[in-house]
Design a protein around this ligand. Sequence first.
Ligand code: PLP
Length: 354
Amino acid sequence: MAEHFQPREDVAMRAGYHSPQVDVEVRLNTNESPFSPPQAFLDALAAEVGRVKWNRYPDRAALDLRVKIAALHGVLPEQVFVANGSNEVLQTLTLTYAGPGRSVAVFEPTYAMHSQIARIAGSEVVEGARAADLSLDRAEVRRVLAESSPAITYVCSPNNPTGLIETEETVREVLSLVPGLLVVDEAYAQFAPWSALSLVSEDLPLVVTRTFSKTWSMAAARLGYLVGPSWVVAEMEKVVLPYHLDSLKQAAGTLALDFVEEMEHRVAELVEERGRLVAQLVDLPVEVWPSSANFVLFRPIERDGDAVWQDLLDQSVLVRNCSSWPGLDGCLRITIGTTEEDDRFLVALRKALS
Ligand SMILES: *Cc1c(COP(=O)(O)O)cnc(C)c1O
């Protein structure tokens, strides 16, 4: 067999991001919206395809989109950075402020891409632990920040995969302690009662990230953004590839923002459905964490998490298997789906637990 040229050693030893895309009838594993965007949006976008100047590069500054996002949040367009999913936003931020010789702090269990992106960028990752109830432990935060002086500190609120939200008091305290930038990842913010966006200002090292993937029913588009001080955005623009955001995607994001009310309506529906699902889960032999997002973390008490996950899959219901994640022994995460999908899940779960 031919000898293959080897990648970087640190890349060769990594497993990569793992979330199986299996063909199933009920897919509740990646926190997408079960609803499609409004038909009027789809029609407007279809019309836009014919208006794109396909022979030209897109607007490099994505100005129309940034103006509209800025208006939505009451900030300046210079305080908004857009990219291909909030993952690319986080990657650009990491390349700009962390990278080799600098460290990134995360508090596990949390969104796996925070540390994955940091490591691929060559940063050192410092992992703090959460309290037993999976909330952020402020003493631990103080310890990690004092010991490692990270360039970037992550707070995910609501946190994926726990669904737990951080209070304004906690975020303010972490912000007062960080030696570098504080990133509040708000991929699920519209499901939650408060947002750190209200704290963003030119004088604070705080950025808040959002995505169109979940609440906007636009996971297929790959579009996300950051709101933060203009001096952060200006540095990130030096790092991101030129013309990274294609014209059609810019149009899709701009048009989507004409349908804020519809988005809020879908979110309200899912919050109600979440209440219904949790009410049924608490009657089963599972431990359930309170969620401020569109997913729920639970742990079967009498059966092994892996076995329950496989039993659900055998019944064509796919949920996220978190049972081997740090601090999440035996845990599974279910995305809130339609009433029909969630009922299918509940039937399958009852069978798996009996
Ligand atoms: C889903 C998710 C994202 C979204 O990433 P995109 O690249 O915008 O799809 C970001 N952060 C968290 C915590 C998530 O759960």
